[in-house]
Design a protein around this ligand. Structure first.
Ligand code: KG4
Ligand code: ZN
Length: 397
C-alpha cells in the first residue's frame, strides 16, 4: 500500500506490521564512470538491500589521452545513463513509480559530468513528485566501508567488480534475502540502526587524498588533504612515465607484486604534517628513470607503491591516535590496493585500532555508495531543493 505524502516528502510503502519500505535510486556521474543503483530498506530493520548496481566505465574512451577528457566524459554519460536506468529498474524488477527518492552526486567532480546525473535525478524527482537528494561524492566514499553493516548476509558466489571494464555492466546485485529482525519491538531511532562509529577515514582516489574525522553521518572534520597530486593521480602519472596503461593503480600493483619494495629509496613527503604531497615522489621517479638499465620495472613499481602506502598508513595511525578514535577506515579507488589494505590492517592491529575498508567492488566510483549515503541522510531528515546547483568544488560538511 502506498501512503499519500505531501509533495516533496518521502512516501513509504507499508510492508507488513510496523514496517515500511523505502526505495532509493541514485545516479553517479562525477567523473568517467556512469553509474545507477537502486537500494531498498525497511524502517526498523538494520541493513539494506541492493536491488541493482550498474556501472559503465569509459576507460577505453579516455585511455588514448592518458587521462579523463571532460567533454568526452559528459557526452558518454548522456549516452550511458538512459541505458543504465532502464537496466537497473529491470534488474531490480521495479517500476520507476515505486522509487521513493532520487539521489545524485552533486560534487565534487567535473562540472559537465555532474550536471548530467544531477539533471536526470532532478527531472525524475519532479516527474514522479518524490524527494531529490544531492549527495557529496566524498561522503559516498567515506561511508562505503559501512555498507551493509549488520545487514543481510552477502549472497554467495558474488565476484568483485573488475577495476577495468570497457562495457556497461551489472556491478552487483544482491539476491533477495530474508531480513533479520530485532525482536518484535518497534524501533524508532532509525539512525541507531546504522551505527557509523566515529572513525578516522582515509579517502584515497584519483581526485582526492583526504583524512577525515568522522563523528557520525553528516558530521565531518577534514584533518588533512593533498597539497598537490592525489595518491591515485600519482599512480596514474607514474604509470604513464613507465609506459603502462590507464588507470595506473592496478597496473603498478600488478608489477609490484614480484618487485623489491626496498630497492629504490623514494621520498616520504610531509610526514610531520596532516596534509599529503605526492608530486615530489612522482618527480623522483621521473629523474631516476633515465639512469636505470636492465630489469627494474617490478622493483620500481614496488618501491613507488611502498612509498605511497607508508605515508598513507603512518598519517592515518597518527590521526587516529590524535583524535581518540578506535577505528580507522579506508575507501576510494586506491583502497583497492592489496598492499595498502594489508599494511593498514597490520598497523591498526599493532596499534590497537579496529580497521574497516570498503569492499573492493565499492572502492572505485559507483552509485551504490551514493544510494547508501542518501539512505543514511534520508534517515536524518535530509532532502535537497531541486533548484540546488551542482558544485564541482563541493566541500564535505
Ligand atoms: O575512486 P575512483 O574510482 O575515482 C575517483 O573518485 O577519483 O579512483 C580512481 C583511482 C585511479 O587513480 C586509479 O589508478 C586508482 O584509483 N586505483 C588504484 C587501484 N585501483 C584503482 N590505485 C592503486 N592500486 C589499485 N589497485
Ligand atoms: Zn571517487
Amino acid at each position: 500500500m502506498c501512503l499519500p505524502g505531501p509533495a516533496g516528502a518521502p512516501v513509504f510503502h507499508r510492508f507488513g506490521y510496523n514496517s515500511f519500505v523505502q526505495t532509493i535510486l541514485a545516479i553517479e556521474t562525477s567523473c568517467d564512470e556512469t553509474a545507477v543503483a537502486i537500494l531498498r530498506y525497511r524502517t526498523g530493520h538494520p541493513g539494506s538491500e541492493l536491488l541493482a548496481s550498474e556501472v559503465a566505465s569509459q576507460i577505453a574512451e579516455h585511455e588514448k589521452y592518458g587521462g579523463v577528457v571532460p567533454e568526452v566524459a559528459s557526452r558518454n554519460h548522456l549516452v550511458h545513463a538512459p541505458h543504465l536506468l532502464e537496466r537497473a529498474t529491470r534488474t531490480a524488477k521495479i517500476d520507476m513509480v515505486e522509487v521513493d527518492a532520487f539521489a545524485a552526486t552533486s560534487g565534487p567532480g567535473l562540472a559537465s559530468s555532474l550536471m548530467i546525473g544531477a539533471s536526470i535525478a532532478k527531472g525524475l524527482s519532479i516527474g514522479f513528485a518524490k524527494p531529490y537528494l544531492a549527495i557529496n561524492h566524498l561522503e559516498g566514499h567515506l561511508l562505503s566501508p559501512f555498507f551493509f553493516e549488520d545487514g543481510p548476509p552477502r549472497p554467495s558466489g558474488q565476484t568483485a567488480v573488475p577495476a577495468v571494464d570497457l562495457q556497461p555492466r551489472q556491478a552487483r546485485r544482491s539476491e533477495s534475502v530474508p531480513w533479520r529482525t530485532r525482536g518484535s519491538s518497534a524501533v524508532t531511532d532509525e539512525t541507531s540502526l546504522f551505527p557509523i562509529r566515529p572513525n578516522v577515514s582515509l579517502v584515497v582516489s584519483g581526485g582526492h587524498t583526504m583524512s577525515i574525522f568522522v563523528r557520525g553521518v553528516g558530521d565531518y572534520q577534514i584533518i588533512g588533504h593533498t597539497v598537490d597530486d592525489a595518491a591515485g593521480e600519482a599512480f596514474d602519472k607514474v604509470a604513464k612515465l613507465l609506459g603502462l596503461a590507464y588507470p595506473g593503480g592496478p597496473e603498478i600493483e600488478k608489477r609490484a607484486h614480484d618487485g623489491d619494495p626496498a630497492r629504490f629509496d623514494f621520498p616520504r613527503s610531509m610526514l610531520d604534517s596532516d596534509n599529503f604531497s605526492f608530486s615530489g615522489l612522482k618527480t623522483a621517479v621521473r629523474y631516476l628513470l633515465p639512469k636505470l638499465k636492465g630489469d627494474y620495472l617490478a622493483d620500481l613499481c614496488a618501491s613507488f607503491q611502498q612509498a605511497v602506502v607508508d605515508v598513507l598508513v603512518r598519517k592515518s595511525i597518527a590521526a587516529a591516535k590524535r583524535y581518540g578514535v578506535d577505528l580507522v577506515t579506508v575507501s576510494g579507488g586506491v583502497s583497492r590496493n592489496q598492499e595498502l589494505r594489508r599494511q593498514m590492517s597490520d598497523a591498526c592491529a599493532r596499534e590497537g585500532f579496529a580497521f574497516k575498508s570498503a569492499e573492493p567492488w565499492l572502492c572505485t566510483d559507483n552509485a551504490a555508495m551514493i544510494a547508501f549515503a542518501a539512505m543514511l541522510r534520508l534517515k536524518t531528515g535530509f532532502a535537497s531543493r531541486v533548484a540546488e546547483e551542482i558544485d564541482p568544488n563541493l566541500a564535505l560538511g
